[in-house]
Design a protein around this ligand. Structure first.
Ligand code: S3P
Length: 429
């Protein structure tokens, strides 16, 4: 079923576990595939994106069992991958393609990475340029900018690379390539992006040093298997946090959510807007902070101004922040967010187009948008633009819209959150 009809909800109540973290699930599979021995990944996200990563490593000879509750990966070490017989299809997953590019650049065989229509239009020059500086042999479509990528593995050299954009995918790709060098590779970020790689890779035996915005990896270390427990995904929880803040009668608790500060910028912004959100039972799981999040619709929200500095720690939360902005008093402005144009869809134009159909006053800028609230949302016929986060954000908006909203392209939620509509149903019953 690729379309759904959603009616205005009278309430939003309950307690639930969000899906496991997507970024951490990808990394757990990649690092354990490169480690010597058997790793067990508990609470793995069985959604299309991380499953693309599993498929890719299976095609390179790694034994991965994902039939039961846990995913069991039997890695053969950083030099244990085999040349794939066919093109590797990364599906919709930018994380799979960019992190794999770093791994494959240092593996002495030939491989080709491709993906779906959305992924084939996403910029790959941002990983190809620094990897080529490290000595990689990579060719790509449209003058080395877009997938497919053809990689011929080679001996890599360490580099010092000041990144022009804050991107955890680029940083992680280069750290993985750095494993295949003899020496120290240093990456300097313009702003801190999510740091799951720096937290998890040392636990497998990599030598990583973090000093402010600089991250270095010492090449040559062998990785050893270890078990990983994946916490709940803050980016999935975010849809329900904003749901609770925008649907009139609401009171929800989201359990076991990752609250890594490089991911929770949305919480700070919502607090600036006046939201009351309680973080309870803070603890640590596999090197990541985790908590239960409680929120309800109490005080109303006020508009906020988002600038470049706010962006990296909430890069995936813009579609749902836009929904909060429709219910805030005043005009919310988001600037310095041009990266949103190269996500699974152009999230600036996708949101402007769909919110206008719901009667929202919104203006598009090259690097962001403005939204004027409080809008009386109207049910309409909407498009997900085949983007999972747009589909989920519009579904949350539909719960406070008059009449019926019909959303097309909702099977895209399977990219990161297969049980999304079941939880929506449970909270609105
Ligand atoms: C991700 C990093 C982010 C994010 C993506 C997942 C990761 O992309 O948008 O959903 O797992 O490293 P960028 O690092 O390119 O901003």
């Amino acid at each position: 079923m690729d379309r759904i009809e959603i009616k205005k909800a009278s309430h939003f109540h309950g307690e639930f576990y969000p899906t496991p973290d997507k970024s951490i699930s990808h990394r757990a599979v990649i690092f354990s595939s490169l480690a010597q021995g058997k790793s067990v990944i508990r609470n793995f996200l069985r959604a299309d994106d991380p499953l693309s990563t599993i498929k890719a490593f299976r095609e390179m000879g790694v034994e991965i069992d994902d039939k039961g509750m846990d995913v069991i990966v039997c890695g053969n070490g950083i030099h244990g991958l085999k040349e794939p017989h066919n093109v590797i299809d990364c599906g919709n997953s930018g994380t799979t393609m960019r992190l794999l590019a770093g791994v494959l650049a240092g593996n002495h065989f030939f491989s080709v990475l491709t993906g779906d229509r959305s992924l084939r239009s996403r910029p790959m020059g941002r990983v190809i340029t620094p990897l080529v500086q490290m000595g990689a042999d990579i060719a790509a479509r449209a003058d080395n900018k877009y997938p497919p990528l053809a990689v011929k593995g080679r001996q890599l050299q360490p580099i010092r690379y000041p990144m022009p954009i804050a991107s955890a995918q680029v940083k992680s790709s280069l750290l993985l390539a750095g494993l295949y060098t003899e020496g120290s590779t240093e990456i300097i970020e313009p702003a801190k992006s999510r740091d799951h790689t720096e937290r998890m890779l040392p636990a497998f035996g990599a030598k990583i040093t973090v000093e402010g915005l600089s991250v270095s990896i010492q090449g040559g270390a062998e990785l050893q298997a270890r078990d990983v427990y994946v916490p709940g995904d803050f980016s999935s929880a975010a849809f329900f946090i904003v749901g609770a803040l925008t649907i009139e009668d609401s009171d929800i608790t989201i359990k076991d959510v990752g609250i890594n500060p490089t991911r929770t910028g949305l919480l700070n912004v919502l607090k600036r807007m006046g939201a009351e959100i309680r973080i309870e039972n803070v603890r640590e799981l596999s090197g990541e902070p985790v908590a239960d999040i409680h929120c309800s619709n109490g005080v109303g929200l006020n508009a906020v101004t988002i600038t470049k500095e706010d962006i990296p720690s909430m890069i995936d939360e813009f579609p749902i922040l836009c929904i909060a902005a429709t219910q805030a008093r005043g005009t919310t402005t988001i600037r310095g967010a041009e990266e949103l144009r190269v996500k699974e869809s152009d999230r600036i134009s996708s949101m402007v187009k769909e919110l206008r159909k719901m009667g929202v006053e919104t203006e598009e800028f090259p690097d962001g948008l403005s939204i004027t609230g409080r809008a009386d949302l109207q049910g309409a016929v909407l498009e997900s633009h085949e983007d999972h986060r747009i589909a989920m954000a519009l579904s949350i908006a539909a719960l406070s819209a008059e009449g019926v909203t019909e959303i097309h392209g909702v099977s895209s939620v399977n990219i990161s959150f297969p049980g999304f509509f079941d939880i929506v149903r449970r909270l609105t019953l």
